[in-house]
Design a protein around this ligand. Structure first.
Ligand SMILES: NC(=O)c1ccc[n+]([C@@H]2O[C@H](COP(=O)([O-])OP(=O)(O)OC[C@H]3O[C@@H](n4cnc5c(N)ncnc54)[C@H](O)[C@@H]3O)[C@@H](O)[C@H]2O)c1
Length: 428
């Protein structure tokens, strides 16, 4: 089986799914290693005149279903192992959502916070110069990930266009709107998660009005999702950020908190130093408290590895929707299953982002741009269809939604690989 030094959980989960999928030996063999990986050195002239070398990576794990697709991460811990694992994960996410893409990922080992804006721009352009032969709108398409954003995507698109001597917006998604970005991209992950949550809770007759929710991570995705949920009647009783959280049994006023959080950055300060402070009584809680609250729905939307074998026994929520990537470990999965808690997997719940990235690529290639309403409508349709299909597979085999999602993706991958035949990679 595939060996992962970092995201070892993926391997366990795929092995579970393989019991229910007829996938050819050839296809499994092809999935055992990335199709291509490149490691580059990027020389960066710092503002003080000195030169520093940074390591960059791009991995195309598989491109049977279409060009590679995946984000670029800037972080001091980025390594080729991590990038390969994340590219593997993207292969499954794209197949699950039926996007015409394979999986890819990239990154630079850097503490981006220590660089000035112009150093960051030179580094981003240097990265593209180093990997330009390895990417392209029909080869491998980039996007933002941890510590990269729309501005950086704009620089990358521009640098690639300079190298190619033609404007090529479709090589990168998640760009600023002024450079060919899509309406609705910023809110896509929250809108997609909202749709998945509604579709699945309906199956349990769990209406918004009788549902309490706790959200860990009041960032870009978590805050917007909390707002969408509260707007249709869910009672969001707890939220948190890296400094800690707040709880109010009668529900929190999410739109006000979002507004104040954006200006002051700190959730507790927001709550107590602004006019919102007096709106409802609230308690200050820790992140550990939040995870163990007696709520209907728990939404980890911050970091990976938050629910592990150490705290899974304390979880009281009935349903967990993974908005963050990998917040529940595979050991915790088993404990939660024994406790009768439903876990809905990241590759489905947070796939709204990559889906609207695909829409951005389609718009760039056609030259016809959609309204925010059109983008959201298409996103809702696609994510609902795949949620329903995943649900049917879970019912058919009596497996968790996570295993069902991997079964669904593996079937699509296997079918495409077998349809390709030898792939002209050997003569037999
Ligand atoms: N942005 C996207 O489109 C997208 C797409 C797919 C998956 N995701 C995943 O969703 C998660 C959130 O992404 P984001 O874009 O909102 O990031 P973000 O940086 O905007 O927000 C993260 C939030 O988590 C909080 N946080 C950090 N450490 C915490 C801790 N220990 N406990 C509680 N909160 C903590 C931060 O204070 C911040 O409020 C990440 O895991 C990301 O990989 C994001």
């Amino acid at each position: 089986m595939i060996h992962f030094s970092l995201l070892a959980d993926a391997s366990t989960r795929i092995e579970r799914a393989l019991k229910y999928v007829e996938i050819s030996k050839d296809a499994m063999t092809r999935l055992q290693a990335p199709k291509a990986s490149v490691t580059v050195s990027i020389p960066l002239r710092l503002d003080d005149g000195s030169l520093q070398l940074f390591k960059g990576y791009r991995v195309r794990y598989d491109d049977t279903r279409g060009p590679g697709k995946g984000g670029i991460r800037y972080h001091p811990h980025v390594s080729i192992d991590e990038v390969e694992s994340l590219a593997f994960w993207m292969t499954f996410k794209c197949a699950l959502l039926n996007l015409p893409y394979g999986g890819a990922k990239g990154g630079i080992t850097v503490e981006a916070k220590t660089l000035s804006r112009s150093e960051l721009e030179r580094l981003s352009r240097g990265y593209i110069s180093a990997i330009a032969d390895f990417i392209g709108p029909d080869v491998d398409i980039l996007a933002p990930d941890m510590y990269t954003n729309a501005t950086i995507m704009g620089w990358m698109m521009d640098q690639y266009s300079i190298i190619q001597r033609r404007i090529t917006p479709s090589v990168v998604t998640g760009k600023p709107i002024s450079m060919g970005g899509s309406q609705g991209r910023e809110t896509a992950t929250s809108v997609g998660a909202f749709q998945v949550i509604n579709t699945l809770l309906e199956k349990f007759d769990q209406s918004p009005q009788k549902t309490t929710v706790a959200v860990q991570g009041f960032g870009n995705v978590g805050a917007m999702l909390a707002q969408l949920l509260s707007q249709v009647g869910y009672r969001v009783v707890a939220i948190s950020d890296s400094q800690g959280g707040i709880y109010a049994s009668q529900g929190l006023d999410i739109p006000s908190i979002r507004r104040y959080k954006m200006s002051s950055r700190n959730l507790q300060a927001v709550y107590c130093e602004s006019s919102v402070c007096n709106i409802v009584e609230h308690e200050v809680i820790t992140n550990a408290d939040l995870l163990a609250l007696d709520v209907d729905v728990l939404i980890p939307a911050a970091l990976e590895n938050q629910i592990t074998a150490d705290n899974a026994q304390q979880i009281q929520a009935k349903y967990i929707f993974e908005v963050a990537n990998g917040p529940v470990t595979s050991q915790a999965d088993q404990i939660l299953e024994q406790k009768g808690i439903y876990v809905f997997p990241d590759i489905l719940v947070n796939a709204g982002g990559v889906t609207v990235s695909y829409f951005e690529w389609v718009q760039n290639r056609s030259g016809l741009y959609w309204t925010g309403e059109e983008v959201n409508q298409r996103l809702k349709e696609r994510i609902t269809v795949e949620t329903e299909k995943t649900w049917s597979i879970a019912q058919e085999f009596g497996v968790s939604m996570r295993t069902a999602a991997y079964i669904h993706a593996l079937r699509r991958l296997g079918e495409a690989m077998d349809a390709k035949g030898t792939g002209a990679d050997n003569k037999k």
